[in-house]
Design a protein around this ligand. Structure first.
Ligand SMILES: *[C@@H]1O[C@H](CO)[C@@H](O)[C@H](O)[C@H]1NC(C)=O
Ligand SMILES: *[C@@H]1O[C@H](CO)[C@@H](O)[C@H](O)[C@H]1NC(C)=O
Ligand SMILES: *[C@@H]1O[C@H](CO)[C@@H](O)[C@H](O)[C@H]1NC(C)=O
Length: 285
C-alpha cells in the first residue's frame, strides 16, 4: 500500500533527555484535550482495546504472516517479534496490532508512541525490516481516499525515521471516490541517532483544519499542510468531521518490490520492536 516515497525535508535530531511529551495532558498546550486512549503495557497481557491481526489483512505486514504468538507484553513493554519461519505459505512471521473497531479518534488529536526500533544501524545488515506506527481511517472503502497518517516508519534497520501522509488528491464532492483514482503523499524524515538502542517518542498532532505536525521527543520535525502539499488539488481527508482513525503498531518484512530493500540471508532474526507507551489525546466525545 505504501509506495516509494520522495521526501522534501531532511533534518538531524540529537538525543533529548527528559523531553516534554506532546501528549502530556497536564501541559497548558493541552488544556482543551483529554486522554482518549493509553496503554503503557504494564499488565500481563494486551488490553481489550487491541485487535491482533491474524494473517495479513490489507497487506499490513507485507511478506509475513501475522500471528498472536509474535505479540507479547512483558517487562512493561509490548514486544513485537519477527521471525524467519514458515507459516501459511509465508517465510516469515510477525505481528500487528490495531485498535480497529475498538478505539478510533477524530481530529483534532495528538498520538504518541514511545518505542525502541529494531536494526543494526549498518547499511546492508538488516535489509527488509519495516517497523511502523500508523493510523488508518476507521470507515474507508478505497485507499488512500480518506487518508493514511504514518507517524513513524523505518526501513532496513537504519536510524532514519519517516513521517508521511497519504491522500487522494482527486477526491472531492463532485468525484465521490471511484477507487484507484489517485494517490499522493508528503512527508518528512529525520535521523534519530539512538533509535535502535533507546526509547523515543514518535508523535503527530492532527489538526481539524487539515494540518499534521510531526514530532520526535517533543521536538517538531516538520508539518504537512496545504502549502507542503504543493500544487495538488483536492480535499484534505482529515478535515472530514466524520472521519476517525485507528492506530496500528507492527513490523513488516519486505522480500522486494516495495520501499524497503529485499530481506537477505544476512538479515538477523528474531527481530524485536519494543513499545513502552501508546497514548492519544483528543476532544472528549
Ligand atoms: C519462500 O521461500 C521459498 C524458497 O526460497 C520461495 O520459493 C517462496 O516463493 C517463498 N514464499 C514467499 C511467500 O515469499
Ligand atoms: C490548527 O487549526 C487552527 C484553527 O484552524 C489554526 O489556527 C492552527 O494554526 C492550526 N495548526 C496548529 C498546529 O495548531
Ligand atoms: C463507521 O461506520 C459504522 C456503520 O457503518 C458506524 O456505526 C460508525 O459510527 C462509523 N464510525 C466512524 C468512526 O465514523
Amino acid at each position: 500500500m505504501k509506495l516509494l516515497l520522495i521526501f522534501f525535508g531532511t533534518l538531524a535530531m540529537s538525543v533529548v533527555e527528559g523531553y516534554v511529551s506532546i501528549c502530556d495532558e497536564k501541559s497548558d498546550d493541552n488544556s482543551d484535550f483529554t486522554v482518549l486512549f493509553e496503554d503503557t503495557f504494564d499488565g500481563e497481557q494486551l488490553s481489550e482495546d487491541w485487535v491482533i491481526t491474524e494473517g495479513n489483512e490489507l497487506g499490513q505486514l507485507r511478506d509475513t504472516w501475522g500471528q498472536k504468538e509474535n505479540i507479547n507484553v512483558e517487562g512493561g513493554r509490548l514486544v513485537i517479534t519477527t521471525k524467519r519461519e514458515q507459516s501459511n505459505g509465508y517465510n516469515f512471521t510477525s505481528g500487528a496490532l490495531t485498535t480497529k473497531g475498538k478505539q478510533f479518534f477524530k481530529p483534532p488529536f495528538k498520538a504518541c508512541v514511545v518505542a525502541q526500533l529494531p536494526g543494526s544501524g549498518i547499511d546492508g545488515e538488516m535489509d527488509g525490516i519495516w517497523p511502523a506506527h500508523w493510523m488508518m481511517p476507521q470507515n474507508s472503502s478505497c485507499w488512500p481516499d480518506d487518508g493514511e497518517i504514518d507517524i513513524m516508519e523505518q526501513v532496513d534497520g537504519l536510524n532514519t525515521i519517516y513521517s508521511t501522509f497519504h491522500w487522494n488528491p482527486n477526491k472531492d464532492e463532485k468525484n465521490p471516490a471511484p477507487c484507484d483514482n489517485g494517490h499522493d503523499h508528503a512527508g518528512v524524515n529525520v535521523e534519530v541517532a539512538t533509535s535502535l538502542t533507546d526509547f523515543h517518542e514518535y508523535a503527530v498532532f492532527a489538526n481539524d483544519s487539515g494540518e499534521l505536525v510531526y514530532y520526535v521527543d517533543g521536538e517538531e520535525i516538520g508539518r504537512i499542510n496545504e502549502e507542503s502539499k504543493g500544487e495538488m488539488e483536492g480535499t484534505t481527508p482529515q478535515k472530514d468531521p466524520n472521519m476517525a482513525f485507528y492506530l496500528i503498531l507492527n513490523t513488516a518484512i519486505s522480500t522486494g518490490g516495495v520501499w524497503p530493500k529485499a530481506v537477505t540471508d544476512k538479515t538477523v532474526f528474531p527481530i524485536y520492536h519494543y513499545v513502552e507507551d501508546a497514548k492519544i489525546l483528543g476532544k472528549a466525545p
